[in-house]
Each structure stands twice: as structure tokens, then as C-alpha cells.
Ligand binder design. Structure first.
Ligand SMILES: [Zn+2]
Length: 181
């Protein structure tokens, strides 16, 4: 297992739609890839990670949420599609590809998603609250959409100076990690 580098805002792969997965082609490499994705999420305290966030154009994502009031969620979604959306939430979100940035984003409160699981079997997920938000956030990634793309134009313009500063910080972090020990 290995912790993968997470692509940051501005890297092209984050802003492109991912390729649909052929489960048969991927299945040999899938266990190691998923182990890395979960390890990477654990290392940075994330609750969701899309394959293109670690540089792979594959329509798959992993979600892991600890919940006080319900069973923990640990799920892999391959080629997911939202088939139903209801209600509305307007809550703060963050993203592993934007460390240090948070913004309020409107999402559906409940979603029904169809996907394949890590065994290649079709699953249907009914999610609400944080789980529903995470599914929508990760599926956006797979479509090349990042959370700030949902903000109104004026809010995005206001964020520009903050993003410039954050990008400089991310670059330093990446460089410091590359130095030999
Ligand atoms: Zn994200």
C-alpha cells in the first residue's frame, strides 16, 4: 500500500471528465488501487476521493465516513450515475484538492445512485445528509467539476486572491515532500 499524491486545483486531470471503467480490464489492479485510495484518505483525513484526484482518469471513487448517529460508510463506486435527487442542502464543503479552502455549496439533500461495487456487482445507494453530499462531490470530480465551480461568478472572483496564495503554499508542500530525507 502507498499514500498517493493528491492533485491540486488547476491540474488538468481534475478538470476533465474521467473515462468509464471496464471492470474486467481493471479488476486485476483494483484491490491495490483501492487500498491506496483508502490509505491516502486516512492519511489526510478525507471522506471521499475520486480516481482523478490521484491522477487516474477512471470513473471510480471511494467514500469513507464515520458517523455518530449511524453505521460508518465505506464504499467504492465504479461508473456511478445519480438516478434521483430530492431536497436541498446549503452547507460548507472542503476538498482534498483544495487544502485550506472551504465554501458553501448547494446540493441535493437525498440522492439515489447506481454503480458497480469493488467486486463489479451492481449496487443501488440511497443516501442523505453528509453521505449524499459526499456522493455528489465525488461524482462531480468524475465529471471534471470541482466544488468551487458551483459558486456564483462573483464568489469565484472574490476567491481568486485566496487561491493564488493557497497554490503557492501547496507548491511548497509538494516540494518539501520531494526533498530527500
Ligand atoms: Zn473533492
Amino acid at each position: 500500500m502507498a499514500i498517493r499524491r493528491i492533485c491540486k486545483y488547476g491540474e488538468k486531470i481534475l478538470h476533465r471528465k474521467t473515462r468509464k471503467v471496464s471492470f474486467d480490464e481493471l479488476k486485476k489492479d483494483l484491490p491495490a488501487l483501492l487500498a491506496d485510495m483508502f490509505e491516502t484518505m486516512d492519511a489526510v483525513g478525507g471522506i471521499g476521493l475520486a480516481a482523478n484526484q490521484i491522477g487516474l482518469s477512471l470513473r471510480l471513487a471511494a467514500i469513507k465516513i464515520k458517523r455518530e448517529d449511524a453505521e460508518p460508510v465505506s464504499i467504492v463506486i465504479i461508473n456511478p450515475e445519480i438516478v434521483e435527487k430530492t431536497g436541498s442542502l446549503y452547507e460548507e464543503e472542503g476538498c482534498l484538492s483544495f487544502p485550506g479552502l472551504f465554501a458553501k455549496v448547494r446540493r441535493a439533500a437525498k440522492v439515489k445512485v447506481r454503480a458497480l461495487n469493488e467486486k463489479g456487482l451492481p449496487i443501488e445507494i440511497n443516501a442523505e445528509g453528509l453521505f449524499a453530499k459526499a456522493l455528489q462531490h465525488e461524482m462531480d470530480h468524475l465529471d471534471g467539476i470541482v466544488f468551487i465551480d458551483h459558486l456564483p461568478l462573483m464568489s469565484r472572483l472574490k476567491l481568486k486572491p485566496t487561491l493564488v496564495k493557497l497554490k503557492a503554499r501547496w507548491k511548497k508542500l509538494d516540494e518539501s515532500k520531494m526533498k530527500p530525507m
